[in-house]
Design a protein around this ligand. Structure first.
Ligand code: AMP
Length: 362
């Protein structure tokens, strides 16, 4: 089986690593020089919209997938005329636009923070009247890791904020006083088989994921509700592959924030922590193979290595850690790797997580 992947970043690299034991060959379409996925597969060095590059990718693959959600829809449509592409373009279109995404959640009976569409400063002032403040103004497209969004506390900030974000279509979202941020990772096969991993607790700072813990300490009803949310969204979109939905937990209820039509940073712990990792199950799903069990036998955590790398010897000296370096040059805020933290009990994993965080955040 030959798998084509649009994008050659760390998610592509980890997909490529998972592909090897399954005897799959990966080819990446990536314009950047020396992408980190080059270590695990062939790279077609061309832009994501380059027709020749896209056609070469299609010709090199039995199935194509993508590792980031800002792939141009037209590129995926071109690929899909030549080779099966999963997740389906309908899911990509929704995930690229915060307004369509929020509407899709509502359509599938999933609650979100109150929101309103904004195309002008007048719209924004009207939205503030309805939504109230504080609120967050987010660009509809191309936002990630907290980029393309501004916190508003005063109506006087409306005009400048809209300009700072480029005057592009946005949504205004009420700030919800969540207790915790969670994510549900799900996988759906080509035959409609569906599974979720246990809920993950996530901690962000500055809009960027810092660490994750699985299983999140939630009531069984919360776990069941998250699985039902993921199932209704995945089935509604005719989804195939791994789907991540970021959730806010407020007093035991769940609101959906956003979804990623791909493997997700909050599932990296699954490489060592789950019976089948998100990367392997994504490949199995898009290739039409049986899905693997998503059981998580013991608690597990994951800490992102952002911007700078602590000495490898220090990381490896900590008990219960597995280090993943992506082979990227350090730059402020850049995701350079992650550390999986394992142990035999909740207490042990939490204590080890604290030690890794002290080293990483020093
Ligand atoms: P996003 O790009 O939508 O994932 O937002 C990045 C981070 O900003 C989230 O992980 C939250 O920590 C925070 N955030 C986003 N939307 C809201 C909201 N409506 N209320 C409170 N915090 C939010």
């Amino acid at each position: 089986m030959r798998v084509g992947i649009v994008g050659g970043g760390q998610l592509g690299r980890m997909l490529g690593q998972a592909a090897l034991p399954l005897g799959m060959r990966t080819t990446f379409l990536e314009p950047a020089p020396d992408p980190c996925a080059a270590a695990v597969g062939e790279v077609i060095r061309a832009g994501y919209e380059d027709p020749e590059g896209l056609d070469r990718l299609a010709a090199s693959a039995d199935v194509v997938t993508y590792e980031f959600e800002n792939v141009p829809v037209a590129s995926i449509e071109r690929l899909a005329e030549r080779v099966p592409v999963f997740p389906p373009v309908a899911a990509l279109r929704v995930a690229q636009d915060r307004l369509l995404e929020k509407r899709a959640f509502a359509e599938h009976g999933v609650g979100t923070a109150p929101f309103a569409a904004v195309s002008s400063v007048e719209d924004l002032l009207a939205a503030i009247e309805v939504i109230g403040l504080p609120a967050i103004l987010k660009t509809r497209r191309m936002g990630y890791d907290g980029k393309g969004q501004l916190f508003l506390a005063d109506p006087e900030q409306a005009g400048p904020a809209f300009q700072v974000l480029g005057g592009v279509p946005c949504i205004l979202e009420q700030v919800v006083p969540f207790d915790r941020e969670l994510s549900v990772l799900a996988v759906r096969g080509r035959d409609g088989t569906f599974a979720t991993w246990p809920l993950v607790e996530n901690r962000h700072a500055g809009g960027i994921l810092r660490w994750s813990y699985c299983p999140a300490d939630v009531m069984p009803e919360t776990q069941a509700r998250a699985a039902a949310i993921a199932r209704s969204v995945a089935e509604g979109l005719g989804y195939v592959g791994v789907l991540a939905i970021e959730l806010f937990e407020i007093g035991g209820t769940l609101l959906a924030n956003e979804m990623a039509p791909r493997v997700h940073n909050s599932g990296h712990w699954s490489i060592e922590g789950a019976e089948t990792s998100q990367f392997e199950n994504h490949l199995r799903a898009v290739a039409g193979l049986p899905l693997g069990t998503t059981a998580v036998p013991l608690p597990v955590a994951c800490v992102n290595l952002l911007g700078r790398l602590p000495p490898l010897t220090d990381l490896l000296a900590l008990p219960g850690t597995r280090v993943h370096l992506y082979g990227k040059e350090p730059r402020p805020g850049r995701k350079l790797g992650h550390v999986t933290v394992r142990g035999s009990s909740d207490e042990e994993v939490r204590a080890r997580l604290d030690r890794v965080r002290r080293l990483v955040e020093a």
